[in-house]
Design a protein around this ligand. Structure first.
Ligand code: SF4
Length: 215
């Protein structure tokens, strides 16, 4: 007890001795039942609403670790493949999914929210933040972006790994490593991957990413 989620994951991976173990864990906030404590899965998926970390802490449940060893059975594998292919080919047609893919969840215009007075600041004690420009999507991509990531097999890939030089807040190597690993099912299904063609230059003119297909 007392360890952060990164340290917890490292200890469990060592104990289990399997690199493909998946860990959902709480840190000191959950242990102390902070009302908004998160559950962190694989160091980059944060179940951040509802205080589930506090629920785990109240049950003295520090972490759950699982490791799959068998394939997932499908009722109609061909239909599923067709649906996956259709979605991979069309999801960029949807404007919201395009924004999420190109800019991540931070791709929404932070500065516009700030101007409208609805940018959650200091736990919503304010709806405006004087340094909004410093945390908008394009500033993020210029200064802190490491790479895009995704939940299992998701082609939208709205996750972002951030670089930090703040003491004690550097990007955990395990987070970067696990984000680089593409899900096997996504690769085998022929999902597209994406590379950045250029860095955005201002929050008002987001630069789209260029599609790139393996092989
Ligand atoms: S499932 Fe896809 S769109 Fe949803 S949070 Fe995960 S990566 Fe983002």
């Amino acid at each position: 007890m007392g360890q952060g989620t990164g340290e917890t994951q490292r200890i469990i991976e060592e104990q289990v001795g399997a690199p493909n173990v998946r860990v959902a864990a709480i840190g000191p906030a959950g242990e102390n039942q902070v009302r908004f404590a998160c559950v962190v899965n694989a160091l980059k998926h944060t179940n951040g609403r509802g205080g589930m970390g506090a629920v785990m802490g109240s049950k003295n449940l520090k972490a759950i670790a699982v490791r799959g060893s068998r394939p997932v059975p499908f009722k109609d594998k061909d239909a599923l493949k067709q649906m996956i292919k259709w979605y991979a080919d069309h999801f960029m047609d949807h404007p919201i999914e395009r924004v999420l893919h190109d800019g991540g969840t931070i791709g929404w215009d932070v500065t516009e929210l700030d101007e409208a007075g609805i940018l959650p600041t200091l736990n919503f004690r304010s709806g405006s933040f004087e340094k909004a420009e410093d945390i908008c999507g394009n500033t993020f991509h210029q200064k802190y972006f490491v790479e895009a990531g995704a939940c299992q097999a998701c082609v939208v890939r709205c996750k972002r790994v951030a670089r930090s030089t703040a003491p004690g807040r550097s990007t955990p190597p395990t987070a970067a490593r696990s984000t680089r690993r593409r899900p096997r099912s996504a690769r085998s299904a022929g999902f597209p991957t994406w590379r950045r063609s250029a860095r955005p230059t201002s929050c008002a003119t987001p630069t789209p990413l260029t599609p790139y297909r393996r092989g």
